[in-house]
Design a protein around this ligand. Structure first.
Ligand code: ZN
Length: 354
């Protein structure tokens, strides 16, 4: 199971100035506020050894060794923004600051300098919505996996976009919802194996409740918590003919309660939606079990049938060979009859003489 070692954004993000704004004020300040924050950060927080470049859509802070990653970031930025905006129906705040940390030690140091704990130093990247900053751990990026740069960037940019929703609401979203939406925006979808893994956990009553993941994810089982959150958000999206995530995010943006926002997506209360989602996972797991048993039975039946056919063909071939051999023997005898016996061969005598 491929699990994103993702950020601890909720624990990491320091209290941000935007949090103190009223919802109306935050909306009015809009992009200008974030641009100002980004520029203020740019002016005041540039770390030694780093240079800052204006990339247009974002500000990039990097050391001299991060040229290749900077080039890939440039190539993937627009795609990541599109993933978030299409996936959530939310705008990414303008001109965030992206920091490329070239080593794990440097990543931890930058997190600490931004006011975050280093306990999440093994994360792929960390978003700081209050400061409009994303820090990327270059050594954690693995292209061709869920830890690719574009998916990782989209996940973190989703946190920045959701940070605006939180600021407008004046309250944090539950952790499971924030991470589930960020995973959804990154483009990750549960694989069949992951669905069955979750289904097995439901059947054995080992899947944590959403409520238990509202504040923080447990230190052990973080990957499972991310997958669970993504699975529930995906289930919500599929309800009422699809597009559930868009309805959910719109409701959240209007200040609806979590229960009402889940209702907008699925037509159910949060408790009923969670129960229905668990039932769906349980059903997937049960179906898979039935299929597995059926396949086993059919596989055995098929092998026995093939063995029977092979045995029949082998016997038939042996019989045919025996018959052919007998025919050949018979033909040989008939040919012999056609020829004169050796004794009967008469050598022509001398021509008669007159
Ligand atoms: Zn995250």
């Amino acid at each position: 199971m491929d699990i994103r070692a993702s950020d601890g954004r909720c624990e990491l993000a320091p209290r941000r100035p935007a949090r103190s704004l009223t919802a109306r004020g935050a909306r009015a300040a809009g992009g200008a506020l974030y641009a100002l924050l980004a520029l203020a950060s740019l002016a005041g927080a540039q770390a030694p050894g780093y240079e800052v470049t204006d990339e247009g859509a974002y500000l990039l802070e990097r050391t001299s060794v991060s040229g290749p990653t900077a080039a890939r970031l440039r190539a993937t930025w627009d795609g990541a923004v599109t993933r978030v905006e299409e996936g959530l129906g939310l705008a990414v705040p303008p001109r965030p600051r992206a920091i490329l940390a070239p080593t794990d030690a440097e990543f931890a140091r930058r997190l600490e300098a931004l006011g975050a704990s280093t306990a999440h130093a093994d994360a792929l990247a960390v978003a700081f919505p209050g400061q409009g900053v994303v820090v990327v751990r270059e050594r954690g990026i693995a292209e061709g996996t869920a830890a690719g740069l574009e998916a990782t960037l989209a996940h973190e940019l989703a946190h920045l976009a959701l940070g605006q929703v939180e600021a407008a609401r004046g309250a944090r979203l539950p952790r499971w919802l924030n991470e589930g939406l960020a995973e959804w925006a990154s483009g990750r979808r549960p694989t069949r194996d992951e669905v069955l893994t979750l289904g097995g956990l439901v059947v054995h009553d080992e899947l944590p409740s959403l409520e238990s993941l509202a504040e923080a994810f447990p230190p052990h089982g973080v990957g499972r918590a991310y997958l669970l959150a993504l699975s529930f958000v995906g289930w919500l999206d599929a309800q009422e003919g699809g597009g559930g995530v868009g309805r959910l995010v719109q409701a959240l943006s209007r200040g609806a309660s979590i229960d009402d926002a889940v209702g907008a997506a699925s037509g159910r209360t949060l408790a009923d939606a969670e129960a229905a989602w668990r039932d769906a996972l349980r059903a997937e797991y049960s179906l898979a079990e039935v299929l597995l048993r059926s396949v086993t039975v059919w596989t055995i039946a098929g092998l026995l049938a093939l063995l029977a056919i092979a045995r029949h063909l082998w016997r038939r071939r042996r019989l045919l060979r025996a018959l052919e051999a007998a025919d050949a023997a018979d033909e040989g005898e008939e040919d012999d009859d056609a020829l004169p016996d050796e004794d009967e061969v008469t050598t022509p005598g001398p021509p008669p003489t007159a």
